[in-house]
Design a protein around this ligand. Structure first.
Ligand code: FES
Length: 284
């Protein structure tokens, strides 16, 4: 079941977006673990998609920028035009390569893979920024590997694995709480009863246990309207079992020309936390 995008407008969601952003900003440095249990909102009133709002604003901003550039070109057809155009262009943001970033709980303690405190049955979502501060990712404990399996799935030692994916839907860019992980069986026999990643904005679903093979990696699409898999975030450990994010596989995250471009880079340590209760309803 999907939420009608036409109804996705309202001050409550703008507030949600601000709260989410505030929470993610707080999570940029180690601090106190908080995990929340999602509520089913199958019968709740539809809410605004903050990411779509952001897309509209960006479009308006680009249009204004083009008009300004056009005006300068028309007026300044002389030697000073190039310099003026360069001044109009904002400095390119991003990072030149994927950083090696260690993941921490909210309380500042490092995440150790074999002792990861959440299980594949938990449908609270654990979110961290990587490689840019405006690129949320979901850290998942999954209980099985599909064929082909996600690359670098880290065995926890109890038969389950840690994997991570972008938390920005590849359809129109919905972010948490609208896209989230659903543990095995939460949605009955959907996907054979296995876990899914589902975006309630328009109903796209992805399989976190199966790697996409046609777009360089990522979680395989189960259902549209998305036509691109959700990028996988590569994880690794050091000799002590501490957890690090080190790269990305698949297409660029939605809204970015490159997963490395279009925002500020994260530091060498970020928190993985649950900033907001996921909005969940099972796909049909
Ligand atoms: S943004 Fe449309 S399904 Fe996720």
């Amino acid at each position: 079941m999907s939420v009608d995008p036409a109804a996705l407008r309202g001050p409550e969601l703008l507030q949600n977006r601000l709260e989410f952003r505030r929470a993610m900003m707080v999570s940029a440095t180690p601090g106190v673990v908080r995990r929340v249990t999602p509520r089913c909102v199958a019968s709740a009133a539809p809410e605004t998609n903050p990411k779509e709002q952001e897309t509209v604003d960006e479009s308006k901003r680009n249009t204004l920028k083009l008009l300004a550039i056009g005006g300068l070109v028309a007026v300044g057809a002389g030697a000073g035009t190039v310099g003026a155009l360069q001044l109009l262009q904002p400095p390119m943001e991003g990072v030149s390569a994927y950083p090696r970033t260690q993941l921490f709980y909210d309380d500042g303690s490092p995440i150790i893979v074999s002792q990861y405190k959440y299980t594949y049955k938990d449908n609270g979502q654990i979110i961290f920024d990587y490689p840019l501060t405006n690129e949320p990712n979901m850290l998942l404990n999954i209980n099985q590997l599909g064929n082909p399996a996600p690359q670098n799935a880290l065995p926890k030692g109890d038969g389950t694995y840690l994997v991570a994916y972008s938390a920005i839907c590849q359809h129109l860019g919905c972010i948490p709480p609208y896209i989230s992980y659903y543990p095995p069986g939460q949605c009955g026999s959907y996907n054979g009863g296995n876990s899914i990643i589902h975006c309630v904005c328009h109903g796209s679903t992805y399989d976190p246990s199966v790697r996409d093979t046609s777009n360089g990696g990522g979680a395989k699409i189960l259902s549209g309207p998305t036509v691109l898999p959700i990028p996988q975030t590569l994880l690794t450990t050091d000799s002590s079992g501490y957890l690090y994010a080190v790269g990305s596989l698949g297409v660029p995250v939605k809204g970015h020309t490159s997963t490395l471009a279009g925002g500020q880079g994260v530091t060498s340590a970020v928190k993985a936390s649950s900033p907001e209760t996921p909005t969940q309803t099972c796909p049909t």
